[in-house]
Design a binder for this molecule. Structure first.
Ligand code: FMN
Length: 236
């Protein structure tokens, strides 16, 4: 096994600290592990742990929002801080594959909401990604978040290590399983622990409010929230 595999986050970030922006002319201070929220193993012990839900639907306060609110309500009951960010109405551009993020701890492009969103993801202890099912997968907006967050965390190792992940998808009829898989692939590729539920975390509904009538889904979402809370309790 290579020496690289055994580098600590601190060592990896120190190593990458000298990386340049590939000639982009952008100057951002190199990341230091102690300065990067979420990288210190003990940091969360001094504050309330937080669960962040990101809703990839293009429809604000629709079915995906309802399901994420059910998950977050359970976490709130257990005393965790919660935040729900809805991407509807916001632009998240595609990754430009410039790798300017290497050693910088965030994307170098600040012309949309991504940098702010990524900061929130890094600071959170649990990340719940939810999406309406579009063309049998996550929305393109959430996919853009996943692709950019993947590259930033690949070039700045360990930024999501040991966080808890939860996936939620809503569909009118089919394709939600692919959306769940897309989200879980991100979590598993980033050293995160994926919380499950009693069934797949999928709800069925077309018009806003319909998913709340899917009783099995609502029960599943509650259970997902409780399982995330349980896992966070073990990671304290
Ligand atoms: C662009 C688009 C693509 C969609 N593709 C699918 C699909 O592949 N499978 C499906 O079951 N529903 C599909 N739907 C329906 C939505 O997943 C469904 O209405 C869901 O409840 C929307 O969640 P929301 O209220 O959070 O936006 C699609 C809807 C839109 C707008």
């Amino acid at each position: 096994m290579s020496r690289e595999k055994h580098m600590t986050r601190r060592e990896a970030l120190r190593k990458m600290g000298g990386a340049t922006a590939g000639g982009m002319g952008l100057v951002i201070a190199a990341a230091n592990a102690a300065d990067v929220p979420g990288l210190s193993n003990s940091a969360h012990k001094e504050r309330k742990m937080k669960a962040l839900a990101i809703n990839g639907s293009s429809r604000k306060d629709g079915n995906t929002a309802d399901m994420l609110n059910v998950v977050l309500a359970e976490l709130g009951k257990e005393g965790y801080e919660t935040e729900h960010v809805q991407l509807a109405g916001s632009t998240v551009n595609a990754c430009k594959a410039c790798f300017g993020c290497a050693g910088r701890g965030n994307c170098v492009f600040g012309n949309d909401i991504f940098q702010e969103l990524y900061d929130k993801m890094v600071k959170a202890d649990a990340i719940i990604l939810g999406s309406s099912t579009y063309s049998a997968d996550v929305s393109s907006t959430l996919k853009a978040v996943i692709e950019r967050a993947s590259v930033v965390s690949d070039t700045n190792p360990g930024m999501f290590r040991h966080k808890v992940g939860g996936a939620v998808a809503v569909a009118r009829r089919a394709g939600a399983m692919n959306a769940i898989d897309t989200i879980n692939h991100f979590f598993l590729n980033k050293e995160m622990f994926v919380a499950g539920s009693t069934y797949w975390n999928i709800a069925y509904g077309r018009l806003p409010g319909e998913a709340m009538k899917d009783e099995e889904a609502v029960a599943n979402m509650k259970n997902l929230g409780q399982n995330i809370a349980w896992l966070l309790g073990r990671l304290k």
